[in-house]
Design a protein around this ligand. Structure first.
Ligand code: BQF
Length: 293
């Protein structure tokens, strides 16, 4: 078993980005500028946005955090998005999800200028991803691809089982791993809540991507000897003995599955840090006008 150390890889990538940014700045260009909208004060969202802002600092990016109240109207949020769309100093921006229930996330996603959509959620970027046209890839799937690449993991011809069909992870990673590319060229099975026998599907998998949001769902009996196991889950599970009153659990029972796997991501420190670094990579692409001019 080898650990896929997302924390270490993401630090390496951040150093690479910082070096490139310092060259850009020395050449008289401005530093990449990422903005983030945070609505309300959801605990997990606060943590995620804080880690994005900190990562920007590490990489030499400019960042702007726009905090808006929980009860902001959809209209007012759309106006904030219009301001960022029109602001030439900002290369890319995100609206941190999830949003309060009275706001339609789909409407918000569509309102973001696809040229600044560094989360890669706009249908134009999703469509370009599907057709293998340069685009901003959604951060978590992009992070998973980079982990596979940095550890030189063979994917061509492998059976990959994805658990979960969300717009931010399951759907896009299944498309990306099926593309004619490296990493890619997998035979992909996408499992979800209506799948008849998930355990049976999983036992066939050379590569498992677990993104269903059920703590420790994947156990050793569902895993083939030597499988590559990528755990995208981050659930807060109440635990009276823990400092914060909860512990973070992935979708994989790590202690049970690790001995059977060839490679496995820990939680925390696996896919999570790669997600944040991928957002920086997309913002760098935006600043360099690599995808759109
Ligand atoms: C780690 C996210 C679900 C819904 C919305 C490092 C992050 C997480 C874990 C992080 C996530 C998950 C983010 C670790 C951003 C990943 O050490 O394991 C970093 O900040 N993430 C998000 O912005 O929105 C989410 C998950």
């Amino acid at each position: 078993m080898r650990l896929l150390d997302g924390k270490a890889v993401s630090n390496t990538i951040k150093e690479e980005i910082a070096e490139e940014v310092s060259k850009m700045v020395n050449a008289g260009q401005k530093a990449p500028h990422l903005a983030a909208i945070l609505v309300g004060n959801n605990g997990a969202s606060e943590t995620y946005v804080a880690s994005k802002v900190r990562s920007c600092e590490k990489a030499g990016f400019k960042s702007t955090l726009i905090r808006l109240p929980d009860d902001i109207s959809e209209e007012a949020l759309l106006e904030e998005i219009e301001k960022l769309n029109a602001n030439d100093d900002i290369d890319g921006f995100i609206c941190q999800l999830p949003l309060p229930k009275h706001i339609n996330e789909q409407k918000i996603t569509l309102a973001i200028d696809h040229k600044k959509d560094v989360d890669g959620f706009h249908p134009i970027n999703v469509g370009r991803m599907v057709q293998n046209i340069p685009s901003y890839l959604p951060a978590t799937p992009f992070g998973i691809l980079q982990l596979l690449e940095r550890y030189d993991i063979e994917t061509s011809g492998k059976k990959c089982v994805v658990l979960g069909r969300s717009n931010i992870v399951g759907m896009p990673i299944s498309i990306l791993l099926a593309r004619k590319a490296y990493p890619g060229n997998c035979t992909v099975t996408l499992c979800h809540s209506r799948t008849k026998d998930i355990a049976n599907e999983l036992r066939e998998a050379d590569i498992i991507i677990a993104a269903l949001g059920i703590p420790e769902f994947v156990t050793a009996d569902m895993v083939k000897q030597g499988a590559v196991v990528i755990d995208v889950g981050i659930s807060r599970v109440p635990d009276a003995t823990a400092k914060r009153g909860y512990v973070i659990k992935g979708d994989v029972n790590f202690d049970d599955v690790a001995p059977k796997s060839s490679y496995i991501t820990p939680v925390p420190g696996g896919v999570g840090p790669m997600t944040v670094t991928s957002l920086l990579l997309n913002t760098l692409k935006a600043a360099k006008k690599e995808v759109y001019d």
